[in-house]
Design a protein around this ligand. Sequence first.
Ligand code: ZN
Length: 219
Amino acid sequence: MAYQHRSLAGDSLALPLGKIVCIGRNYLDHIRELNNAVPETPILFMKPATALAALDEPIRLPVGRGECHHEVELAVLVGRELRQADAHAARQAVAGYGIALDLTLRDLQSELKKKGHPWETAKAFDGACPLSPFLPPDALPDPQVTDLELQVNGETRQRGNTRQMMVGVFDLMAYISTHFTLQAGDVVLTGTPAGVGPLRAGDQLQLILADHAFAAQVA
Ligand code: ZN
């Protein structure tokens, strides 16, 4: 089924599909596990709308391109245009919160990093952003103090809290909007805590955002 932004109740939301703007290295523990340097300013990259996939559809990993890693992340759905916005305006523009996987072909990304090349072939492939339905903005008491967790086959692989972000959700949206416009229907992925690792065929996943759990499965 073609991807659409949906509410928790399963209704399709009246927002178009747009770009997905992601931040690299926003949780210190994840920076350390990949031996990366702490960035002075946020590292932004994008996935196209063709990367979007509903979390309840089987996740299709690219074949023959090395390890595909999970990165569990808080996802923010943008409800209205943001250009040169401040953090307050960014918060007002949120249409919902979800949980996503920033799927990453890690072997390929490592090669690209060595060469100083962009990451798109490792991160922007079709289906590279499995995404949950969206909770309404008021469903998270404090989006900046929210637990997120990924279990694979019943084992916790990643667990974090959004308070560990180096750049907070709304500051990040504001920063993005100083470089390019965020439009209604765009999604912002806010970085991943430590514990990234490879997915395998048949893996059963649980993605947990606050007290909402979403099941997924690797095809
Ligand atoms: Zn990521």
